[in-house]
Design a protein around this ligand. Structure first.
Ligand SMILES: Cc1cc2nc3c(=O)[nH]c(=O)nc-3n(C[C@H](O)[C@H](O)[C@H](O)COP(=O)(O)OP(=O)(O)OC[C@H]3O[C@@H](n4cnc5c(N)ncnc54)[C@H](O)[C@@H]3O)c2cc1C
Length: 560
């Protein structure tokens, strides 16, 4: 790492300093702390990735003038890095303890080690890697893809190709799925541990003794470790609602649904958000009759058009969707030899199914950490409250990922972990969620970024919006798959794009264009004038942008 002290002139207020920090600290490995009063900045960056001039140019692009105050480039090794918050570079490296070994934990560990710290990871489960790779994103996306292929065999829009019932070998699918999970866990987690002498792993469940001491308990007893700083990255677990009878039944959570060798004839799904709907559609496509029990509408927290479009698409595949349905009790007929063993009493009558999947959200793993004793503040549901630098209210204790008050996505967990790693080692980095993408991998997919019209209204932003149905998008027409829509929301006065909601076959791939447009403050007219390749789904975003100034029917074929 290179460290430099810079003099920056031309700043007119403290927010100029934070603007520079915001701009540079988002670059991987770069850390800058700008002191407005002294017109001075401390800059650290990896020499392999950036030149000093590149970074100075970035600051000067804001209109400030930069001079170097020191001209000795110091290459910091793990032993003497600035992270240690010590003016004496020879002092012992800082020790950071991280509870958990998921995405937030590993991102933090790698950054902290890169900045010179020594890290201890603590994991209570027999395998490392946490939710995403083992029981979340990775296996679910493999299962969804397999189910998609099965679906296309029996149902597709080309009459010239014979449709047939897919023959499914679930055991073989599971073996393939698990092999890819194991491979990715080895590549992204286990190998990193093996190759990094400054990260060590301790097995056991951790809890706080005090703000700098953890007690780790495992089968062989317990031990105490102390650390200069501690990151809580304990993730989340399925939330199980308090429904009479439910606890006494062998219901599934997403974990069992992803690994069940049996494809049930009928599956009731409690829940109507991402995890519930992704798995519901996968099972429907593998041959199960799925019944979704939704307390409100599908994807209730999103723009209402999303739930409507998804409900229509899912019903066309034969899924039964019961919206505004309260589940009152669950009974399991253990001794029934034939027929559906689950009897689910709802506000719309009794539902019978062979299996029940409970996917009603995820609760943070914070109950056993002893947080109250050390005074770490949590919300009512147990999530740890952090600021945009991942700091809790207690000095030297940070939190990141699903256990904190951040959105439960793996890329958010990883970004938060990296920023925690920077901040815990003396740098400064903030997480910016203003254009955060969210994707649900159903078919059609749902993807959103930025604000909905309702969000904007709450923030007193006057908006304009347009909805383009997919029968206006050439790629969707060529695919004979026009389910869904693209909705763009702009600030009425500045014309800048502030949000998008998409339901479309490739919505997850399309949304990043919106994220970049929002991030770069593009107006809808800028977006409409850009070149987009013809016969791509993402071209629909340009077409939708054009409808702010033109009737869609007046757009020419590839709408230049
Ligand atoms: C079915 C499913 C599909 C998903 N799909 C996607 C997707 O496609 N895209 C996406 O972005 N996100 C997806 N997610 C969400 C994503 O998996 C999570 O947001 C992410 O994995 C959270 O990472 P984390 O580091 O916060 O926690 P985790 O990865 O859960 O890691 C926490 C670790 O801490 C350990 N731990 C807990 N308490 C203690 C303790 N006291 N002592 C020691 N260790 C402890 C746990 O055992 C665990 O290993 C999905 C989730 C699920 C369930």
């Amino acid at each position: 790492m290179i460290q430099k002290i810079l003099k920056i002139t031309g700043m007119t207020c403290p927010s100029c300093a934070s603007g520079i920090e915001k701009d540079l600290n988002t670059l991987a490995g770069v850390s800058i702390k700008v002191d407005y009063d002294q017109s001075r900045a401390e800059l650290t960056f990896p020499a392999a990735d950036y030149s000093l001039q590149q970074l100075i140019d970035k600051i000067q692009a804001h209109g400030y003038h930069v001079e170097m105050l020191d001209d000795t480039a110091s290459q910091s090794s793990p032993e003497n890095a600035s992270c240690c918050n010590n003016s004496n570079a020879q002092q012992k490296p800082q020790h950071i303890a991280i509870i958990g070994t998921g995405s937030a934990a590993f991102a933090c560990a790698l950054k902290a080690v890169e900045n010179g710290a020594e890290v201890t990871l603590i994991e209570k489960k027999p395998i490392i890697g946490g939710t995403c790779v083992n029981i979340g994103c990775v296996p679910s996306k493999i299962m969804i893809r397999a189910a998609h292929i099965a679906h296309l065999q029996k149902d597709h829009p080309f009459p010239g190709i014979k449709k047939q019932k897919p023959v499914i070998n679930r055991k073989q699918l599971l073996t393939q799925q698990q092999a890819r999970v194991d491979e990715l866990r080895a590549a992204k987690y286990e190998n990193i541990l093996e190759n990094n002498a400054n990260i060590r792993l301790k097995k056991g469940a951790a809890q706080f003794k005090d703000a700098h001491t953890l007690i780790i308990e495992n089968d062989t007893g317990h031990e105490e470790i102390t650390a200069d700083k501690i990151l809580i990255a304990t993730g989340s677990a399925p939330f199980i609602p308090d429904i009479p009878g439910l606890a006494e039944t062998p219901y599934w959570t997403s974990t069992e649904a992803l690994t069940s060798p049996k494809i049930p004839e009928t599956l009731a799904v409690l829940g109507s958000s991402i995890v519930a709907l992704e798995l519901a559609q996968a099972y429907q496509r593998l041959g199960t009759q799925v019944i979704v029990l939704a307390r409100h509408t599908l994807m209730y927290h999103e723009d209402p058009e999303i739930g409507q479009a998804l409900e229509k698409a899912f019903k066309q595949e034969g899924m039964i969707i019961l919206t505004n349905t309260q589940t009152e009790s669950v009974h399991y007929h253990k001794h029934l030899i034939r027929g559906s063993k689950f009897a689910i009493k709802t506000s719309h009558g009794e539902i019978h199914s062979d299996q029940l999947l409970v996917a009603t959200g995820r609760a943070p793993n914070t109950a056993t950490l002893n947080l109250q004793q050390i005074g770490v503040k949590t919300a009512k549901n147990g999530v740890i409250l952090v600021n945009n630098q991942m700091q809790t209210n207690v000095a030297d204790i940070y939190a990141a990922g699903d256990c904190s008050n951040l959105p439960q996505f793996v890329y958010v967990a990883a970004a938060a972990g990296t920023r925690a790693g920077i901040n815990m080692t003396g740098g400064h980095a903030e997480i910016d969620l203003s254009a955060m993408p969210a994707v649900m991998f159903t078919d059609p997919q749902m993807a959103t970024a930025g604000l909905t019209e309702a969000d904007a209204k709450q923030q007193q932003i006057e908006t304009e919006s347009r909805v383009l149905t997919l029968d206006n998008v050439p790629r969707a027409l060529a695919n004979f798959d026009t389910q869904g829509f693209i909705k763009l929301v702009i600030n009425k006065h500045t014309r800048q794009l502030i949000g998008a909601q998409i339901v479309a076959a490739e919505a997850g791939e399309m949304i990043q264009t919106v994220v970049l447009a929002i991030h770069n403050n593009m107006t809808v007219e800028d977006l409409a004038a850009k070149l987009f390749p013809y016969l791509t789904m993402v071209e629909g975003i340009k077409l939708c942008a054009q409808t702010f100034n033109k009737d869609v029917k007046e757009l020419s074929c590839c709408a230049g």
